[in-house]
Design a protein around this ligand. Sequence first.
Ligand SMILES: C[S@@+](CC[C@H](N)C(=O)[O-])C[C@H]1O[C@@H](n2cnc3c(N)ncnc32)[C@H](O)[C@@H]1O
Length: 356
Amino acid sequence: MAPLVYPSHRCRKRFLQHARTRFNSLLSRFQQALDEQLAHVACKQAHRDLSQRLTGALVDGETVTFEDEGALSAYTLKRLRPRSRALFEVLLAVDSAEVLSSLLRSCRAATQQGRELRIASLGGGPAFDLVALLATLESLCFAISQEPDVAMTGEGCDPGDLVALQCAIRCTVLDLFPSWSSAVAAVGDVSSKIWSRQSPEFLELLAPVDLRSSDCQEIIDAVCKADVVIAAYVLHENEAAILGEDGVQGAFPQIFRHLPLDVPLIFLDATHRLWPQLVASAEAVSRDSLRAIIPEGLGSHIHAALLLKGTRMPTTSTTDCRRQLDAFTAHQQANQARLKKLQGRKSASVLDIDGS
Ligand SMILES: C[S@@+](CC[C@H](N)C(=O)[O-])C[C@H]1O[C@@H](n2cnc3c(N)ncnc32)[C@H](O)[C@@H]1O
């Protein structure tokens, strides 16, 4: 069931406007404070080089190295807003209602139990997921307070309930590169300045942790404890290592197997080409009913796949996004043809050099 019920389309529009305005203003404050901490180390040229390698990785699926501190600081400053905004838009999409419901339920449970909401952020340096969720929750609460006719399902729009949604968040970033440590520390520090309920200790970096490896106890532990698992912009740049005959390999089958019931697993990426293999692999190992959601109506550059296992769902494994997945399969085939051509051209030029 949808977590928020709007009495009219216009009310929903106004609600989203309030939420976006508050979100943007929180992100501006965050950006300013983060600038003070990271701008002096950020290196534009190193970031340009990194961005170029990331664009290449989207085609060849080869893992990119994140080691240069100047590049990582610039990456953090430059991508804070678009990345955080992408998660916000995904959570507010009409198709994501079940995922948002589950997230809000977990917030209330965390508040009742006097604990923090827990994020496992896979390939999560420099912890944009933490910022995005803190800002999304606050923006939602603000928008609800501005539009009292919007009802939260079950409980109605009770001000006490809004407080319960603004819980502190503990985020475990699992990443291949320890060089993220100073950017992660800066994000943790600024989070605690903007949201007084946050402490820098609530953000922890575990590195090196490799999503390409099936020997991944740290990842399983974090997934088992999480209220939400997020893998943003990390899948496709590992494609060459993780995509096998049986779909997505490495740590992913274990992640799917151990994902607790009612805990959303959110993938975001610069392309949707691997969503069909991702969903098929998750279905193959999940013993519980699995729901795959591909939210529509997002900006053309936001691609998301959401997985949720649950007791509240039909008993058979279902995906009602077949049509979209079929279209993505065609994109993946086109990319593979493109890659083959590129590789053919490269080996021809090596032959030319060797022959001359
Ligand atoms: C393109 S960045 C995305 C970072 C961040 N999640 C975002 O949304 O901008 C990819 C991230 O995944 C990490 N990463 C890449 N390959 C990885 C792997 N095999 N295992 C764990 N982390 C990995 C990188 O260090 C980097 O932090």
